[in-house]
Design a protein around this ligand. Structure first.
Ligand code: MG
Ligand code: ZN
Length: 223
């Protein structure tokens, strides 16, 4: 009889996520839920994106980690408002955690919010946070089989970024196979290849993100 309990938890989470979304929309903030396994480059991609944003975009970041403020400290060094959530062992963020973190940000000063989820390819995809876009970051060292092993997170993605693409030859990474795995569960999703180390692909990814968030009617790109 555990299944109904889980269903109730997800329903309660969805309710708060919907409220979060309304609050974000009301404040003119576009929100990206950043999901990936540990070490794929979530923080690095956020930093690389922050460095390329157009004038007029005012970013903030919510960092979710089981422990530590290492990533939040890296964001803060760039002068970007950041709130750290330590989940204390929980392997994903949920909407109430984001609600608590939101209260530490002045949303009137922000129009783009990245929420860096806990590094995990499984349950983060089950918990809506109030985001406009779900970004899944893969990385070359994880291997091209990941979409086949963790289809759920790729199925729910609005955009996939394959990071550490500068290592593709070293790891004999098969891009066609990787993209085939993604397309099996998410035929039309946008896929980018990046390297946060070399900067490759970051300009086109950032330009797409801004355009997409503007098209969704968020505060990004609003005059
Ligand atoms: Mg990180
Ligand atoms: Zn979890």
């Amino acid at each position: 009889m555990k299944v109904p309990v889980v269903t109730e938890i997800l329903k309660a989470n969805d309710q708060v996520a919907t409220e979060n979304r309304e609050l974000f929309r009301g404040a003119g903030v576009g929100v990206v839920n950043v999901m990936a396994s540990p070490g794929a480059g979530k923080t690095s991609l956020i930093l690389g994106t922050l460095a390329r944003l157009s004038d007029g975009i005012e970013p903030a970041v919510i960092e979710g980690d089981i422990a530590s403020s290492i990533d939040a400290d890296r964001i803060a060094e760039e002068g970007v408002p950041v709130v750290q959530i330590n989940t204390g062992g929980n392997c994903h963020l949920d909407a109430p955690m984001v609600r608590a973190a939101m209260s530490h940000l002045d949303l009137t000063e922000v129009n783009l919010l990245f929420i860096e989820n806990v590094g995990n390819l499984i349950c983060p995809s089950n918990y809506r946070l109030g985001e406009d876009l779900k970004l899944v970051i893969g990385s070359v060292p994880e291997g091209h089989d990941k979409p086949f092993k963790y289809p759920g997170i790729f199925a729910g993605a609005d955009v996939v970024v394959l990071n550490k693409d500068d290592l593709a030859d070293v790891f004999e990474f098969d891009h066609a196979e990787y993209e085939r795995g993604i397309r099996m569960v998410n035929p039309d999703v946008e896929i980018f290849r990046t390297s946060c180390r070399t900067g490759a692909g970051l300009d086109s990814w950032t330009a797409w993100l801004e355009k997409r968030l503007a098209a969704l009617g968020t505060g990004v790109g609003a005059a």
